[in-house]
Design a protein around this ligand. Sequence first.
Ligand code: AQP
Length: 331
Amino acid sequence: MRIFSGIQPTGRKHLGNYIGAITQYVDGQDRGEAIYCIVDLHATGVPYQPAGLREAVYDTAATLLAAGLDPERCIFFRQGDVHEHTELCWLLCSVTAWGDLNRMHQFKEKAGAERELVSASLFFYPVLQAADVLAYRAHDVPVGDDQRQHVELMRDIAQRFNARFGELLVVPEHRIPEVGARIMDLQFPERKMSTTGGSEQGTVLVLDEPAAVSRKFRSAVTDSGTEVRRSPEKPGVSNLIEILAAVREATPEQVEREFDGSGYGALKQAVAEAVIARLTPVRERYQQLRGDEALLERILADGAEKARAIAAGTLAEVREAMGVGPVRRRG
Ligand code: AQP
């Protein structure tokens, strides 16, 4: 079983990223051959500062290593170091429908928020994402719920490629966690917790100090009732139940039973304590790792070499099947 996922380089990874994606990445190391990359090329599709991007890659690398990625047990690299991704992206564009890209929710949301320039790279983002995964012939793509549509599209791209050029690519499946697939903003619980669109007070960061985590949960928006149970009319409380269940590795039903009759104050305090207990060791390890950029660079470069060895093989077969370049000599 080969597992692949990518994560954006931002220094501000939040609890949604942690629960929806990062903990799955860590578990993936026990389930199969796990490959993870920091998608710096994706990050160039929206306005950014070049020096800031490099720093953010190190921030993200240190966060993921602190959370439990082990370069001995997974391949961990920076997307831009493996050029095969971009060439494969271009080749896959030929089997990608413009109309499909135009229907992507994330493009519509992000393009809508962009004031200066909606770049073509934002539009082609899902094709590069498909190339990221398909280059490794990965079976399993751990992501949060917001990536469901992109994984559906990469499946369509793989199927269309295989139908047109021969069965070369693996059609991957998403792995979306049952609990915590969509963590919501604590202040606006009808919106997902997000790096770009979230509220400051409603977004718990992986690197937040315990006092900040407590404050954010204390001020989390709930409702005028008292009953601790999930329902569409109670998005704030439902979100807190879901977070506690995910962090404790329990079910939401167990959380509801435990807090039956306790009120929202007790629930908020328990969630804050559980999140602090979970994130404190990550923050402490992050501080040790982030200071050593040479080490982070070495880990990413070693990972890129291993990744390239796999991606180059897929790309050579894709080029040949598509009639690009000379016929390959074998043996
Ligand atoms: N709120 C969330 N709940 C659960 N999972 C989430 N993910 C993101 N938000 C939530 C998952 O985290 C992984 C990495 O995301 P990313 O850093 O590549 O960026 P993103 O998906 O665009 O989400 P962000 O961090 O909130 O950024 P913006 O503001 O750009 O939308 C993905 O697997 C994602 O599903």
